[in-house]
Design a protein around this ligand. Structure first.
Ligand SMILES: CC(C)(COP(=O)(O)OP(=O)(O)OC[C@H]1O[C@@H](n2cnc3c(N)ncnc32)[C@H](O)[C@@H]1OP(=O)(O)O)[C@@H](O)C(=O)NCCC(=O)NCCS
Length: 331
């Protein structure tokens, strides 16, 4: 009997309308367009505006669009996993809120928190539910409203992040398409370089933590950069070697979009030319859990049935990983 694999059968994204350009950031902090573009590759990012709107609202847009595109009712979804670092609330899980807003009344849902690698970790988790034969329709959504935890007086971080979400539908496949292998890693050494100092159980929010701006993203960029370059390149090369894939066998690298220089180093190590690398960093910035599904959505028309994709990410924790995926349809 052939093995069940988890194939992506639809992809959908959502980015907010408001565009925050480098020029506008120049008016907010001591920075300039040239520095941002050369050091990161980012020109603009999307920001979710509107009182009372959060991560679940962007995710719901993506999930509803996904169902429409695939021609299914949200009631058919069995499980919804939400990868996010900016949940609507500490609890309940944002996935539950998305299920409610999207009308996925028969689904159960939960969140996965693995910073910028969360979408990859969630995709692997969702795939296992399909591979086991237990479920037929699993939605994995990566969504973040990074603007809710970014300090717009800190030039080292506020230039990097944007808001957005992307969702994929996983369904069983008997022909060998879908998620074929993965390597996932984490190392707690990374906490010191990239974290939110207050707001969790170790340091609950107080007037003092707010005054000290400790409820925002803290990042020591240089060590993170060094770990990211090595981690993402290693794990991408490793999954190719493990599966005997040569550069010519790989149609696309779908990388997490933290810094164009990290992406270039990864592609280089894999022996891939620039035309095989999906990018949205220039337009969207780092949307954390949104980057990879948004890339798939924005580049979907270029994808062909049977294409070998390597998905790769690196994020806070540290967490990092890669997935080998065979694309299941012509769009
Ligand atoms: C954040 C990052 C873009 C900074 O780039 P960098 O080349 O490391 O820059 P540095 O932090 O060394 O800063 C270099 C100089 O630019 C300055 N600088 C920092 N941010 C600036 C900005 N927005 N505009 C202008 N100058 C800036 C610094 O103060 C420093 O000045 P100095 O030399 O006078 O001290 C980069 O470190 C990075 O991408 N890190 C990893 C991000 C990542 O992968 N995160 C994980 C996933 S979320």
């Amino acid at each position: 009997m052939s093995k069940i694999t988890a194939a992506i059968t639809a992809v959908q994204g959502y980015v907010p309308e408001y565009v925050l350009t480098n020029k506008e950031l120049e008016k907010m902090v001591d920075t300039n367009d040239e520095w941002i573009v050369t050091r990161t590759g980012i020109k603009e990012r999307r920001i979710l505006k509107g009182e009372g709107l959060g991560t679940s609202d962007m995710a719901t847009m993506a999930v509803n669009g996904l169902c429409e595109k695939r021609g299914i009712s949200p009631m058919e979804i069995d499980l919804l996993i939400c990868a996010t670092t900016t949940p609507d609330h500490v609890f309940p899980a944002t996935a539950n809120i998305i299920c409610d807003k999207a009308g996925a009344k028969n689904a159960f849902g939960y969140d996965i928190q693995a910073a910028c690698s969360g979408f990859l970790f969630s995709l692997v988790t969702g795939s296992k539910f399909i591979e086991s034969g237990q479920y037929k329709k699993v939605v994995v959504v990566g969504a973040d409203k990074m603007s809710s935890i970014v300090d717009y007086t800190d030039r080292a971080t506020c230039i990097l992040f944007g808001d957005g979400s992307g969702a994929v539908l996983l369904e069983p496949n008997m022909e060998g398409f879908g998620v074929l292998d993965s390597i996932l890693k984490s190392d707690g050494i990374g906490k010191q370089y990239l974290h939110q100092k207050a707001g969790g159980s170790v340091k609950p929010p107080t007037h003092q933590t707010i005054d000290a701006r400790e409820h925002y993203v803290f990042q020591d960029g240089q060590p993170v950069f060094k770990f990211a370059v090595k981690g993402m390149a290693d794990v991408s090369a490793d999954i190719m070697e493990k599966n005997n894939l040569k550069a010519d066998d790989v149609a696309w690298l779908v990388p997490h979009q933290a810094n164009k220089r990290i992406i270039d180093a990864t592609a280089n190590r894999m022996g891939l030319s620039a035309d095989k690398v999906m990018l949205n960093i220039e337009r969207d910035g780092n949307t954390t859990n949104g980057t990879i599904p948004l890339c798939l959505w924005e580049w979907e028309k270029k994808l062909h049935k049977g294409d070998n994709l390597i998905l790769a990410a690196f994020g806070g924790g540290f967490t990092w990983g890669s997935i080998w995926l065979k694309w299941a349809y012509n769009s």
